[in-house]
Design a protein around this ligand. Structure first.
Ligand SMILES: Cc1cc2nc3c(=O)[nH]c(=O)nc-3n(C[C@H](O)[C@H](O)[C@H](O)COP(=O)(O)OP(=O)(O)OC[C@H]3O[C@@H](n4cnc5c(N)ncnc54)[C@H](O)[C@@H]3O)c2cc1C
Length: 425
């Protein structure tokens, strides 16, 4: 395996005839590759641009990836990185951009530049147990997975590692997780490693492919086409946003094995179709209590609570039909767990106005300010891929991932799901 030394550079303003300098893009030429990453506005009012420039001189990274490189190798790589100058980076960038030219605007200096060597590495374990069988040591971020920085994933995935861990750790420390398994492990907490090791593995596979494509040339000889490159480029956004990830079935992720209990939403998860194992996406809604327009993600902040979200069916106002039964049962389920550990939230599809007295009283008691109708601008049922005739119950984890997606009648399944996540009182 051979990988390349890459050069990174953040500059304020570039003189370049290339129209795409304000768009994230990759430029391939016979001289190599450059990735252009438009960045944020800074205090001076200027916008930063980052360039990742591939160094044409190969560096053998085999030893770096699988073993600890010898001192001689380490110091020669270090020396090579130290020798990289700004002129060298611009020389290489200009060779790739030719016939366009690129240079720093007079009177400005680069914000940052460095040379670094890409290596995809990952720790086999992200947590470790003390002799009593309890996970007490955790690693997140670059400590457990490193890869190329080109796809803008490192910090995002690192923060999501911590986000995945933090609520599980808090629940475990506060004694909210159900009794430990026979070997003393906390079965909720141990899903951290399973979920994030799998994510890191997918990320590293993606990154190896992406880096390889970035360094390769787009031509008939290599067989790499522009469309293939673009597809992989787009797939990367799923990692950056977390919306492309799908956690595998576990105690916290119930896959639809029993079709009588589970709902399968229609549509593309990336556009919002509720999917077990994926993040639930935002929708705009009208809050029933005060008739104001709300964004669901703002309404359900990340505060360590599970959400039991009932999308009622159109029979909501009919006593003893599935919607009212589901609402009453969900209130009972929420009451069986420690106060504040599950928030009830309700979405209904009705166009006509109704009174609190027409729906079960538990709704006002538990979800007065979390009961919503449809907004004028969008239809939450359509976005979530749920029919108004059928409705659904969605168990949402504290990190916003869908844990279970059930029919309104599957109340035992919903109850069992929460018994697996939280202690009962
Ligand atoms: C050139 C480059 C460009 C990048 N661009 C992007 C990007 O555009 N988008 C993106 O999402 N990611 C990007 N990344 C990746 C991102 O920077 C990392 O993935 C992220 O910083 C990892 O965060 P972390 O907290 O795990 O590790 P770090 O940010 O490395 O934090 C670890 C901290 O621990 C400290 N430390 C180490 N040892 C000890 C010790 N013994 N005691 C106390 N403290 C210690 C270190 O000093 C450091 O401050 C880029 C990386 C590089 C190299």
């Amino acid at each position: 395996l051979r990988i390349n030394l890459h050069l990174g550079l953040d500059v304020v303003e570039l003189h370049i005839g290339l129209a795409d300098i304000r768009n994230r893009c990759a430029v391939h030429s016979e001289s190599g590759s450059v990735m252009v990453i438009p960045r944020e506005q800074i205090a001076t009012g200027e916008y930063l641009t980052r360039l990742y420039v591939q160094d044409p001189g190969d560096v053998d990274a085999k030893a770096d990836r699988t073993t600890t490189p010898g001192d001689e190798k380490k110091s020669s790589d270090k020396k090579k990185r130290a020798e990289v100058t700004l002129e060298y980076i611009f020389g290489q960038a200009n060779a790739v951009f030719a016939p366009y030219k690129i240079k720093i605007r007079e009177g400005t200096v680069p914000d940052w530049y460095a040379a670094y060597q890409i290596g995809q590495r990952m720790s086999p374990k992200f947590s470790s147990r003390t002799p009593d069988g309890v996970d007490r040591i955790f690693i997140v971020g670059d400590a457990c997975h490193t890869h190329s920085p080109k796809a803008g994933q490192g910090m995002n995935v690192s923060m999501m590692d911590s986000f995945n861990l933090s609520w599980k750790l808090a629940h475990s420390i506060l004694g909210l997780t159900p009794h430990a398994s026979e070997n003393g492990a906390d079965t909720v907490l141990e899903t951290f490693e399973a979920e994030r090791v799998d994510t890191a593995r997918q990320l590293i596979e993606f990154d190896a492919k992406f880096s390889h494509m970035f360094s390769g040339k787009l031509n008939a000889e290599t067989g790499l086409t522009h469309d293939e490159f673009l597809k992989v480029f787009r797939d990367g956004s799923g990692f950056t946003s977390g919306c492309g990830l799908e956690y595998k079935p576990s105690r916290l992720i119930w896959s639809p094995q029993n079709s009588d209990d589970m709902v399968v939403a229609t549509g593309d998860p990336i556009n919002g179709a509720l999917t077990v194992g994926r993040r639930f996406l935002n929708v705009e809604l009208k809050r029933y209590a005060d008739n104001t327009t709300r964004q669901l993600h703002d309404e359900l902040p990340s505060n360590g609570r599970y959400r039991l979200m009932v999308l009622t069916s159109s029979d909501l106002l009919e006593p003893d039909r599935q919607s009212q039964k589901a609402l009453e049962a969900c209130a009972t389920i929420a009451d069986k767990h420690p106060a504040g550990s599950i928030d009830l939230a309700i979405i209904h599809p009705l166009k006509e106005r109704f009174e609190w007295t027409q729906i079960p009283s538990c709704v006002k008691r538990l979800a007065e300010m979390r009961t919503y109708g449809l907004a004028k601008t969008e239809d939450a049922y359509k976005i979530y891929g749920i029919t108004k005739e059928q409705g659904a119950i969605v168990a949402i984890r504290p990190d916003g991932y869908v844990g279970a997606l059930c029919r309104l009648s599957a109340l035992d399944t919903v109850e069992k799901y929460f018994q697996g996540c939280l202690i009962t009182i």
